[in-house]
Ligand binder design. Structure first.
Ligand SMILES: [Zn+2]
Length: 294
């Protein structure tokens, strides 16, 4: 059984492409770190599915970040996925929201930002959409319509053990071959009959057969997804160096060590006095020469 995967498919007779995402281990890992209230966990799960689906619709080499910020109960939601399929994410909340509608969860002023950073492009791509509608799914659909002018329909289902996502997208005119004007309507009407239970429990083949056995469907090999954090000692070194030797030495003097925990994966990076001395010795060009000499 394939878990933590994203499968692409093409409904040739409808000129519609799609994806199914299932996250099991990844979802367990994300929840193992923070004890989320149900309605917060639910939107975080949807965001994991959304990020996995979004990254599957574009060709890129780097990192995609889906972030929601607002003044509501959940003030920060962030999920990242690399082009290799490594995911991480978290939510920060003040109170448990009473339901999962975006306006309630994130506040009416909330914005969803989708950022794509690649090694090739100096400037990251960034798309920002207001979180209108009744669900995160509607916001994602709106994003596709605005940013790519492509009709898109997404479905999410979140259970304790699994997050599932289902996406349908009309092919750009240039790629259409069936030229069936009813294709999009047919594909989405059938997808609307999907229940959360089916989306969670059924494998991709079963789902597609159940919905589209009367259509010509091509299913591609799945790609693996996993929970993996890209934090590292090297990055933490960089963070300390940018803080400056004086600041870091003050912390060492006060606390005996510097300890930096990664919020995504719980990794803990510790530095004692020797580590800190070595770190700044190896760093040429420190601007920290303003203080009195020791
Ligand atoms: Zn980490």
């Amino acid at each position: 059984m394939q878990t933590d995967s994203r499968s692409r498919f093409l409904i040739e007779s409808c000129d519609v492409r799609g994806q199914v995402v299932h996250l099991d281990h990844c979802w367990a890992e994300a929840k193992a770190r923070i004890d989320y209230p149900p309605n917060v966990g639910s939107v975080l799960g949807e965001a994991f599915a959304a990020a996995a689906l979004l990254s599957g619709t574009i060709k890129f080499d780097g990192k995609l970040t889906l972030q929601v910020r607002g003044s509501g109960d959940v003030h920060l939601l962030v999920v990242q996925i690399t082009s290799d399929g490594n995911m991480r994410g978290l939510a920060r909340w003040k109170n448990e929201p009473v339901d999962t509608r975006p306006a309630v969860v994130f506040g009416t002023d909330a914005r969803m930002t989708i950022t794509i950073e690649t090694d090739q492009a100096a400037e990251p791509y960034q798309g920002i959409v207001p979180l209108e509608g009744e669900s995160l799914a509607e916001a994602i659909q709106h994003y596709f319509l605005v940013s790519e002018q492509l009709q898109t329909q997404v479905y999410f289902a979140v259970s304790d053990n699994r997050v599932a996502g289902f996406l349908l997208q009309a092919l750009p005119t240039s790629e259409q071959v069936a030229s069936d004007e009813d294709g999009w309507g047919r594909a989405t009407a059938l997808a609307d009959t999907l229940t959360d239970k089916e989306l969670i429990n059924e494998d991709v083949q079963t789902l597609l057969h159940r919905l589209y056995h009367e259509e010509r469907v091509r299913l591609y090999d799945p790609s693996r997804l996993a929970f993996r954090c890209n934090c590292s000692r090297q990055r933490t070194d960089g963070m300390l160096i940018s803080l400056g030797e004086t600041e870091v030495s003050d912390i060492i003097e006060e606390l005996g060590e510097v300890s930096i925990a990664c919020e995504f994966c719980d990794a803990n990076y510790r530095y004692d006095a020797v580590d800190v001395t070595a770190l700044f010795k190896g760093f040429v060009g420190s601007a920290d020469n303003s203080g009195a000499p020791h």
